[in-house]
Design a protein around this ligand. Sequence first.
Ligand SMILES: NC(=O)c1ccc[n+]([C@@H]2O[C@H](COP(=O)([O-])OP(=O)(O)OC[C@H]3O[C@@H](n4cnc5c(N)ncnc54)[C@H](OP(=O)(O)O)[C@@H]3O)[C@@H](O)[C@H]2O)c1
Length: 279
Amino acid sequence: MDHLQTQGIQTQGISVPRLGLGTFRMQGDVCRAAVESALALGYRHIDTAEMYGNEDAVGAAIASSGVARKDLHVTTKVWPDNLGSPDAIRGAFDASLKKLRLDHVDLYLVHWPSRRMNLPVVLETLMKLKQEGRTRAVGVANFTLALLKSAVEDISAPIACNQIEYHVMLDQSKVLAYLRSKSIPLVAYCPLAQGRAASNDTLAAIGRKHNASAAQVALKWLLDQDGVAAIPKASRKESQQANLDAYKVTLDDEDRKAIAALPKNNRFVSPGVAPDWDA
Ligand SMILES: NC(=O)c1ccc[n+]([C@@H]2O[C@H](COP(=O)([O-])OP(=O)(O)OC[C@H]3O[C@@H](n4cnc5c(N)ncnc54)[C@H](OP(=O)(O)O)[C@@H]3O)[C@@H](O)[C@H]2O)c1
């Protein structure tokens, strides 16, 4: 799957393959099998997190895959409970690396902002992990525009991405414009609107024109955008392959107009996931 390698987005010295495999809500053997299948199909970007409870399964799949480490991009994340001190962050990081059976990850993200965190201290700790070569780059997830500006402009942290919910049913134009102005990629999570995109009538009609599925249309709409990567979760091999094949779909202006007209106020992941963050 050469195109997956060549279409990486360059950011802070790393290349992030534009299509990755999400792994939330998969654990144990199910997760291991899904990651093994994805790696065999050509995926080279795996998204996990300490909170998903599956880094051990992801690590086992990577170990048995035979894929060279240098060809693989692995993202993991620190949960807000562990942002309280540099030691807590380091403890979480060490545990993640051990479970993943890796000596470094490619991206280490703050999973959710926390009201209790000291952002300069948190980012300073991540930057040290980067300097030590234990993560190749650092970034954030679920950061609002204000927090993002603080990280980038006040703290001057080398933020390599903001991973946020983004799909055909949710507008993210303001954050995207800011990220683009700073050449920071947006990694779109829930790119299929948690699967809802697959049964959307408008997307299905567009798909019929191109001999593609509604889910593929939703993914290609994201992948066509500058500086946007997507990490759909798919447990089934057929869906994983279909999502890779989304690259082959060519959307036209009429399609983009119809997608632009879909309601864009549907956020499916509640910011309340982090108990002390509701902004
Ligand atoms: N940073 C964060 O706070 C955060 C939050 C949420 C998610 N994420 C990341 O983003 C990833 C993706 O988000 P998500 O898993 O919530 O939602 P998603 O990727 O939008 O949707 C996943 C759902 O779509 C289905 N699906 C996948 N490919 C399909 C296809 N080709 N046709 C039809 N259905 C298809 C999957 O089915 P099967 O399960 O049956 O395969 C699953 O039910 C997560 O796994 C995680 O890695 C990050």
